[in-house]
Write a protein that binds this ligand. Structure first.
Ligand code: AMP
Ligand code: MN
Ligand code: MN
Ligand code: MN
Length: 320
């Protein structure tokens, strides 16, 4: 007989410490069509439920536009949705991502912050387009817009698709390698806020700031530590210990950097589309570590016992 989904039943399947046998029930980093993901918020939630997730965060780039739809779907599917987004920021000339977990929904300074990100993304797309036009992609803005569908602000993946569609490069990887990846002409960062400013929005809005995929910035261990220190000074308290597929030795080393700083450990697949190496809830094993899981953070602890579709105590404020 199927048991009704009681809060206690949820609590019993959410691990209270990272544990190799139970790690697949939580995924706190995923994208939908509200940014550069392939699935609508509803389809993403349905996929997550089918894969047995109990808790998921929707973390689209610089927007929470998909959260309301996702929360309705989560209620239907009987899993707990943590509202969120992934903020584009800058630190020492590098594009650094910060996952904002927002248990109370979009509120406080984040409302203005996301408005600023939206405008920054629109202006940035114009600069990227100008540069790509000089490098052999005429009408770059229109072509990227056509790839995006809908009217959301454009991202580098839309330009990557346009470069492939026009035959400028053979594939998506080539587009990033030659035109859009870190340090290339199309990697325009000037419009993003300093990491400290973005972390400030999250913390002042009842959220928890999580440094996204710290192993993906090409930093030395020492420089990664400096990044974590700056992040913490601004009020950041979590780091993604596991993001998608990682080298186990690198993960263990990263765990030590978290423990040294008493940072909470988060985890997520960074899922964008079906068929890629990342599926919701699918990520490298979490090593045994003294770093506490992010859901023990005081601002998130109540989600362990939350009813499905939970959005927090306050109604979600919509942008615009
Ligand atoms: P944006 O938010 O516009 O700066 O675009 C960043 C997104 O582009 C990332 O979230 C990935 O989805 C994608 N991306 C960034 N770098 C690469 C890369 N080297 N190869 C493939 N996709 C990438
Ligand atoms: Mn992305
Ligand atoms: Mn990212
Ligand atoms: Mn992401």
């Amino acid at each position: 007989m199927l048991m009704p989904l009681l809060p206690n039943a949820l609590a019993s399947v959410l691990p209270t410490a990272f544990d190799a046998d139970q790690r697949y029930s939580v995924d706190l980093h995923m994208h939908s069509t509200a940014s550069d993901g392939a699935l609508s918020p509803t389809d993403l939630v349905t996929l997550c439920a089918g894969r047995g997730l109990t808790h998921m965060a929707l973390t689209d780039h610089d927007t929470m536009e998909g959260v309301e739809e996702a929360s309705r779907a989560a209620q239907q599917a009987g899993l707990c949705l943590v509202p969120g987004c992934e903020l584009s920021t800058r630190w020492q000339g590098i594009n650094i991502h910060v996952v904002a977990l927002m248990p109370g929904g979009l509120q406080g300074p984040m409302i203005e912050g996301l408005e600023q990100q939206r405008e920054a993304r629109i202006k940035r797309a114009e600069v990227i387009a100008e540069r790509l036009e000089k490098m052999g992609l005429p009408n770059a803005l229109e072509k990227a817009r056509a790839q995006a569908g809908g009217d959301r602000p454009l991202g580098r993946p839309d330009f990557a698709r346009a470069l492939v569609a026009e035959g400028v490069v053979a594939d998506w990887a080539g587009a990033f390698k030659r035109y859009l990846g870190s340090g290339k002409k199309g990697d325009v960062k000037a419009h993003w806020p300093e990491i400290s400013e973005a972390v400030g929005w999250v913390v002042a809005s009842g959220g928890v700031a999580v440094l996204a995929h710290p192993l993906r910035y090409g930093l030395t261990r020492r420089k990664r530590g400096l990044l974590m220190d700056t992040f913490m000074e601004a009020g950041g308290q979590g780091v993604e210990l596991v993001s998608g597929q990682q080298n186990p030795d690198a993960t263990r080393d990263l765990a030590r950097q978290l423990v040294e700083r008493e940072l909470y450990a988060s985890l997520g697949s960074d899922f964008h589309f079906p068929g890629s190496h990342a599926a919701p809830g699918s990520m490298s094993p979490v090593p045994r570590t003294a770093a506490p899981p992010i859901w023990q953070h005081p601002r998130l602890a109540h989600l362990r016992d939350a009813p499905s579709g939970m959005l927090g105590a306050k109604p979600l404020n919509k942008l615009s």
